[in-house]
Design a protein around this ligand. Structure first.
Ligand SMILES: [Cu+2]
Length: 325
């Protein structure tokens, strides 16, 4: 029986260093993990027990989380972490190792009340050694670069109740001769400007005003990326429908809490005719400043904002509400 001692030796040779490595890793892991204890409370009761947490790149964070009142949720924006739900009186644990310096927003993911949106805090991640590239600051949103005022827009009263339909507008052979999009950036185009350009097109004089809105609805929604619309509608149902309503009509379950100004209806052409992609994007990124509209710039990825804008146009002009294309 020669194999037994040899096996033992082999086991020792491999096992001992492995065990040593393992215990070292476990030890340094335990040393390095920064334990953060966070209590969630309704914003009226103070919100998160910490608003600002400092952390280091590459250092593991161990969050110990609980709720002191109702069910809340916890997520870190742009971390790739799945949101977790926090039930009153129960403790949850989640680990996160920041990979890049920067400011990360943590936030509540459950509708805990009308001030739910105030439940955010910041994790400031620094790189003490300076070896990780600094995350480049996001460029200013287009409404800032173009100097577009996103706060004061006139509604066009005569369009109240007009509900264009892309389907009705999809008339074969009917195409505008000239350009109907803004020459500087198509995303600056408003539906009313586009409609006026179409109205001036001699080839379209046979269409009455309502039929011209249908044509516009068709042209407009034809430019949307169907996958983005679908993704946007999902994000919309999860984050926006509680205020904006499941069909975007401004009549969500939380809408009553906002009277002046009321929650925007995306199916109201009188309002949407003077919006542009740049305006909608700006509103989502920056929020309403004092209105009930939360800001999403620190929470959503740029691609998600783009998808939401496309979904809003879909609800406004396709004639199919929030039915996915
Ligand atoms: Cu909450």
């Amino acid at each position: 029986m020669k194999w037994f001692p040899r096996l033992l030796l082999a086991a020792l040779l491999v096992g001992v260093p492995a065990a040593a490595l393992w215990s070292q890793a476990a030890r340094s892991g335990a040393d390095a993990a920064q334990v953060v204890t966070l209590h969630a409370r309704m914003p009226e009761q103070g919100g998160w027990s910490l608003d600002e947490i400092r952390a280091e790149v590459g250092q593991e964070m161990r969050f110990r989380l609980t709720s002191d009142d109702v069910v809340h949720g916890f997520a870190i924006a742009r971390s790739g972490m799945e949101p977790i739900s926090l039930e009153p009186g129960r403790w949850r644990e989640v680990r996160w190792r920041p990979q890049a310096p920067g400011e990360y927003t943590f936030y509540c993911t459950r509708w805990c009340g009308p001030n739910h949106w105030r439940m955010t805090g910041t994790i400031i991640v620094v790189d003490p050694q300076g070896i990780y590239p600094t995350s480049t600051a996001a460029p200013p949103p287009r409404f800032v670069r173009y100097g577009v005022d996103i706060d004061s827009r006139e509604a066009i009263e005569r369009l109240t109740g007009v509900r264009p339909s892309a389907q009705r507008g999809a008339v074969p052979g009917l195409a505008p001769q000239g350009a109907w999009l803004d020459p500087k950036d198509p995303d600056l185009t408003t539906p009313i400007e586009a409609w006026n350009r179409l109205r001036a097109d001699p080839a379209l004089t046979a269409l009455d005003d309502a039929a011209l809105w249908d044509l516009l609805a068709y042209l407009w929604t034809d430019r949307l990326d169907r996958d983005q619309v679908r993704r946007g509608l999902e994000t919309f149902q999860a984050n926006c429908a509680a205020c904006h309503g499941p069909q975007g009509g401004g009549d969500g379950v939380m809408a009553e809490a906002f009277a002046d100004p009321p929650v925007a209806s995306f199916t109201d052409l009188a309002r949407m005719a003077t919006a542009s992609t740049v305006v909608l994007e700006g509103k989502i990124l920056r929020g309403g400043m004092g209105t009930g509209m939360p800001y999403w710039g620190s929470i959503l990825e740029p691609a998600q904002v783009d998808a939401l804008v496309q979904a809003i146009w879909w609800m406004a002009l396709s004639g199919e509400g929030s039915q996915a294309p």
